[in-house]
Write a protein that binds this ligand. Structure first.
Ligand SMILES: O=C1O[C@H](COP(=O)(O)O)[C@@H](O)[C@H](O)[C@H]1O
Length: 258
């Protein structure tokens, strides 16, 4: 697994804009190298701010949106259109404003589909398996970019400290009893997160500082600190604002914004 790089930006707004610029560049590079690209989206405040920033920049036209696969790292198990769904936030911020191929937008289905959370997770696993190519060497695509927000408890996707999903090897699972509402969710598991070429953990705010420190400390266990397992095949970046980086030892972080 890759050793994380840490970049610290001045504030949440600069962070969102910097991650948006980085994302556009990465997707363009992937499309020019192999003809298509894939991204895994996250919910949460900064994750959606990044998407809004992508939508707001003219550079978004550099991406061929029709050749982009969009996946989710986790979803709140709520009906389509519910304002609390990660999908709803992503559509409003970006997806509704670019020319995506609807067949390449891979949503995690909610209860309105008639499925239970388990059935929805299983159906996502089937979709992931169908999209995996031989060169991915596994049951899920080796996503170009996995965007992950992180909670103050160091959860990533919907992998919460101590929860059984952290021991699960299936690519996606149903999560019950989430400490953050709503209680029922669908989440990719750690092996799927780690299948990504690049994992970007994006965090802002002083309430995340302890979690950031733990996630980057050597020897942190993934059951207590799920974000410690957020590592990409080729690279891992912790993209932070100053407040969330405030508990890091000085030798670990690199200031990126004046
Ligand atoms: O519930 C969730 O929370 C996290 C982090 O959200 P934030 O608002 O504290 O940034 C998010 O990464 C996850 O996708 C989402 O479902």
């Amino acid at each position: 697994m890759s050793v994380p790089h840490v970049l610290v930006h001045r504030d949440p707004s600069v962070l969102a804009d910097a991650v948006a610029a980085r994302l556009i560049t990465r997707l363009v590079d992937a499309q020019s190298a192999k003809g298509h690209a894939s991204v895994v989206l996250t919910g949460g405040t900064i994750g959606i701010a990044v998407l809004a920033s992508v939508a707001a920049t003219a550079a978004r036209d550099a991406v061929d949106w029709r050749r982009l696969d969009v996946w989710w790292g986790d979803e709140r198990f709520l009906p389509a259109g519910d304002s609390e769904r990660n999908e709803t936030g992503a559509r409003k911020a970006l997806l509704d404003h670019v020319d995506l191929d609807p067949a390449r937008v891979h949503v995690m289905r909610g209860p309105d589909s008639g499925m239970t959370a388990e059935e929805s997770a299983d159906s996502y696993v089937s979709e992931l398996r169908a999209a995996a190519r031989p060169e991915d060497h596994g049951p899920v695509p080796s996503f170009d970019v996995m965007l992950l927000g992180m909670g103050p408890d160091a959860h990533v996707a919907s992998l919460f400290p101590g929860h059984p999903a952290l021991y699960d090897e299936r690519p996606a699972v149903a999560v019950h009893g989430s400490p953050k509402p709503p209680p029922t969710r669908i989440s990719l598991t750690l092996p799927s997160l780690q299948a990504a070429q690049e994992v970007w953990v994006v965090a802002a705010g002083a309430e995340k500082a302890g979690a950031v420190r733990l996630a980057l400390s050597t020897g942190a266990g993934v059951v207590q600190v799920p974000a410690a397992g957020a590592r990409g095949r080729r690279g891992t970046w912790f993209l932070l604002d100053r407040a969330s980086a405030s508990e890091l030892p000085p030798d670990l972080s690199r200031a990126a914004s004046p």
